[in-house]
Design a protein. Sequence first.
Lengths: 360, 244
Amino acid sequence: MSKGENGSGSASSPFEELRTKYSKDWPAITGARLLTVRRFRDLEPIEELSSDNTAVVVFGSFARGELTSGSDIDWSLLIDGPSDPAHLRVAQEVRRVLAELNLPEPGTTETFGTLASSHELIHHIGGLRDTNQNMTRRILLLLESRAITNEIVLDRVVRGILNRYIAETSISWRGRPDVVVPRFLLNDIVRFWRTMAVDYAAKRWEQSDKKWALRNAKLRMSRKLLFVAGLLICFSFELNPPADRDDIVSDAATMPPKLSDFFLGQMRLTPIDLLSQALLRTDRAETVADVMDSYDAFLALLGDEANRQHLEDLKFDDARDDEIFERVRALSHSFQRGLTDIFFNGDDMLRNLVVKYGVF
Amino acid sequence: MRPIGFSTGALAKADFQSGIEMQRSFGVTAVELSALRDRELMPLLRELGKLNLQGFSHVSFHAPSMLTDLNEGALLAALKDIPPSWPIIVHPDVIETPERWRFLGQRLCVENMDQRKPTGRTVSEMETIFSELPDASFCFDIGHARQVDPTMGVAIGLLQRFRGRLRQIHISEVDPYGKHIPISFAALCGYQLVAKLIPRDCPAIIESTVDRAQIQNELEVALRVLTEEPKLELYPARGPARSL
């Protein structure tokens, strides 16, 4: 989805509001957002590869507005229309342009760096055909994606996915629902988070020590943030109801597309902005510090090439006494403490929603 | 009673006379005179006074969708000759200098676009256009809106946001390449979701490209879209609804 110039979707983003309110700089987060904007301009040659019914979509730190100097670029050629053999050529050309721009290739799983069809993403939700790869692509498309070309195609696919989740959930709403939480979507976001955690262990097993510590650090921080963003989106209709809430829920037939439209708007915010929105609601300086200071320090750490390389090379057996890894662990504990505060101690409505929908 | 009929371009491309006559025997009450290519504009304008438009309670005029031979000034000068009661349907990307179009007031009827166009596709893009043309009216193209968003969220947004400006609708299915084709069952299901947001007296112009033998069927499908209640089994219930 589109994110604005500051990677946020608006000129004055919730992150900016939070920064102003607490007189904080969070230089690493701010720097990452600015770097993301600059690097997006570098991607302009890819716009020439634009064609009807396809979109070149980036994921990961690029889409979250959290780019650091060592970040790679996860991307897909999203196809939402008739298949054309030339699509493969377009994907090859995207890869060539990115290589010329000196942007590292995506990981080895082939989840990214290739073609992705909207059909599987929209129609194979759950069930045997919903592979790990398909679920990963789908949830990342919802939570951290940004179009380099044809944003309208990306939005169309996201609306299609959301509509499926919401239409399925709305079956359980008798008439006008009092509380709107897209439970089907929420379950899938929880599933995605748990799958990421399980896959982390699987990768350590299969790939031995390769990049183990970096993956661990991301799981503790940026992956967890993504999960938090997903939860906040699922609760957003209750936490930040739109002015036309009553109109949206008044008609069973039009409710799914209208709700999809609302949740699409929430997904235009970056995870940091969604988190900032929640922190502005909670309004506790200690929680803000726990969450944002630690995340800022985490990005600063990743932005240091020596630290990043150190984490990439670190062996599992050496981690216990490793100073940099210990710093990551300590940051993750502050982050976790702050998140627990947001969800369970600072905001009655959010706590009640988590207890009712997020646990059993 | 809603005036309904075909675009002459959908039935007979540049042959507007045939486009009018082909539909007359089907009891339609609306027609859109179409000059989608700018080379079609002058021949149509020259014949305007001689056209037999009896029986059509609603007539609209579709301006060229792309300027190749004409420039904006020449187009605007030509549009001055169109009878003042007819809305002039214009694609937003043809409007290069909005202030030059303001003299048309409500007669200027701006249409929402399909995915191929750079603007006019969504509520926010149309808002930008109407902010520069505050008196302009709105031609809602349901096929374009569905091509942009098959869930119909964009269509609902456009109809709710610009209801006060709505002057007529275009109806057809729009394929992935932007071609106007006959309305399929899948499109009909989507269209019925938003039909009740369209006032009952709002004129409807069918833009599906059909031949003479298909006119009656397409007219019936369009009427079904606009009059039947949506089928909620689009989202089929699995047994009785229960609270989770």
